[in-house]
Design a protein around this ligand. Sequence first.
Ligand SMILES: CSC[C@H]1O[C@H](OP(=O)(O)O)[C@H](O)[C@@H]1O
Ligand SMILES: Nc1ncnc2[nH]cnc12
Length: 290
Amino acid sequence: MTQTKIAVIGGSGIYEIDGLQNADWVQVQTPWGDPSDQLLTGSLDGVEMVFLPRHGRGHVHAPSDVPYRANIDALKRLGCTDVISVSACGSFRDEMAPGDFVIVDQFIDRTFARPKSFFGSGCVAHVSVAHPTCPRLGDACEEAARDAGINVHRGGTYLAMEGPQFSTLAESKMYRESWGADVIGMTNMPEAKLAREAELCYASVAMITDYDSWHPDHGEVDVTAIIATLMGNADKGRALVSRLPKLLGTDRAPCPHGCDRALEYAILTQPDARDPEVMAKLDAVAGRVI
Ligand SMILES: CSC[C@H]1O[C@H](OP(=O)(O)O)[C@H](O)[C@@H]1O
Ligand SMILES: Nc1ncnc2[nH]cnc12
């Protein structure tokens, strides 16, 4: 048994969470640079919590420039076991309406301008992301959402686009009709892949703000409308988060889906061929296996 430590990465509209006991903003240094901001540590219902605003307080980091590796490294370094990402998203489905939440379980990664791995030459590793989210953590998010009275959908494919512009109409229709995506955002990749490399359970809660641009009755996506929906969603997101500690508890059994053992057989570079400088940077994320 290990101690649960829940990390929450807050997306657009969520820059802090309330109600933490012994709340303290702490600076964490990582070999991958500075995280998006200081991290808010504390506890809720006896469970350790860490909150990180993905875009920084004041929304300073664009989706392409979010320091995804530093963020995940910092959460791992602080001893987090589970990561819940809470993100503003567009919807490709009539039934996934603005104000609804979706517990995402799959991704299509269309990002191309961000570092995507902690590993590389000097220490090569290949983890599986066939199932990129943790069903156990997804269960807790679903239950928390239902308990908070949120209209929640279990399962959905999140298309991660580079941004910062929204999609063209042709792209929006293609993602929806040909690719089968359910929601769209700009930040969950490479975040989810990095969480897997760091052996962290990861769940993604998509808070729907708009219908992107495909919907014949809703016109094109517009940031003013997004912001109006975002505020109500942020309150619901915080209500969901506040219910998680009781659901997850303090004592954490090994992940039944193996998220916390993802690196077990993933590193291919032989110990005597590993680059010491590269290995030093992996002290937190791969510390269990190197
Ligand atoms: C506010 S609209 C676009 C912006 O919102 C989402 O951010 P996050 O995923 O951090 O909630 C989306 O991915 C874009 O970055
Ligand atoms: N339609 C959309 N496309 C990309 N990111 C979003 N974030 C919120 N709505 C979005």
